[in-house]
Design a binder for this molecule. Structure first.
Ligand code: HXC
Length: 260
């Protein structure tokens, strides 16, 4: 476990922080001393989530923002600066996704997902990165990707190409912004047992069984496992890790050889 003061006084912006993995990561950063800004498109998610963190004694605010809108992202970053005074950590967790055959994917559908995942990550990274550079202290950025960024993602073309772009952004900025003391890494969570994933992806017992059958360790991941890995990569204990993508999937993406 990381010491409770790991992120003392630091400010963490977590996009997609109103629910699921984003919320879990924000909670863990807060438990380790960070002051947390939850960013989500849906005001009905973000304020109750911030209140749940405050009830644990974590300093937390929620700022409703559509990360696809660069002016809203700028406003969110300025509000963070005026209310909390600094930005040290950014977690790009906001995403959109649905499963669809590529030939049925509309232009709007493609744009909605690529807009959130790829453009949204760039807008938030740019706006926060400029503050980190201007502060002279630097910062730590963590992107959330998926292994289909490199395996390909049949029936998830939009998300797969967007996540591949985010992997490349991670590695590019890891090099380019190292001189500003900004580290950039990513995590690639596999099937993780969140309420949203359960409802959207494997509510059908047959599908759930099939998904589990692809995971060598034989179970879904937990939010805590993803949050712990995220906290580690953002912490000083990982200060020589830069441009890395840490897969947290129980071995799901690996080739299975002749195993059944
Ligand atoms: C086909 C669909 C669709 C579906 C939306 N569209 N859902 N097409 N099948 N199930 C199409 C619409 O028809 C429309 O195109 C276009 O997408 C935009 O849809 P809107 O509903 O108007 O957009 P919007 O309200 O902005 O919604 C964005 C969204 C939505 C991406 C479509 O699902 C969303 O906001 N989701 C956020 C939460 C989320 O999905 N999180 C999951 C991340 S998990 P037309 O042509 O009709 O106008 C993740 C993990 C993956 O990414 C890795 C796992 C291992």
């Amino acid at each position: 476990m990381l010491p409770q003061s790991t992120f003392a006084d630091q400010v963490a912006i977590v996009t997609g922080g109103g629910t699921g993995l984003g919320y879990g990561i924000a909670e863990r950063l807060g438990q380790l001393g960070a002051r947390v800004v939850l960013v989500s498109r849906n005001p009905e998610h973000v304020e109750p989530a911030a209140e749940r963190l405050r009830q644990q004694g974590i300093e937390a605010i929620g700022i409703p923002t559509d990360v696809r809108q660069p002016d809203q992202v700028e406003r969110m970053v300025e509000e963070t600066m005026s209310r909390l005074g600094r930005i040290d950590l950014l977690v790009n967790g906001a995403a959109g996704n649905f499963t669809v055959d590529a030939e049925k994917l509309s232009v709007n559908g493609f744009n909605a997902v690529v807009g959130s995942v790829l453009h949204g990550t760039f807008y938030c990274t740019r706006a926060c990165g400029l503050k980190m550079i201007a502060s002279g202290r630097g910062g730590r950025i963590l992107n959330i990707v998926a292994t289909y960024a490199w395996t390909g993602g049949p029936r998830n073309l939009h998300s797969a190409v967007a996540k591949a772009g985010v992997v490349t952004m991670t590695r590019t900025l890891a090099v380019e912004w190292a001189r500003y003391n900004i580290r950039v890494n990513a995590i690639a969570p596999g099937p993780t047992d969140t309420e949203g994933a359960r409802a959207a992806l494997w509510s059908d017992p047959e599908i759930s069984r099939r998904v589990l059958g692809r995971i060598p360790v034989g179970r879904f991941g937990t939010v805590a496992e993803v949050a712990n890995a995220a906290a580690y990569l953002l912490s000083p204990y990982a200060d020589f890790i830069n441009g890395e993508v840490l897969v947290i999937d129980g071995g799901e993406w690996l080739g299975k050889g002749l195993t059944s």
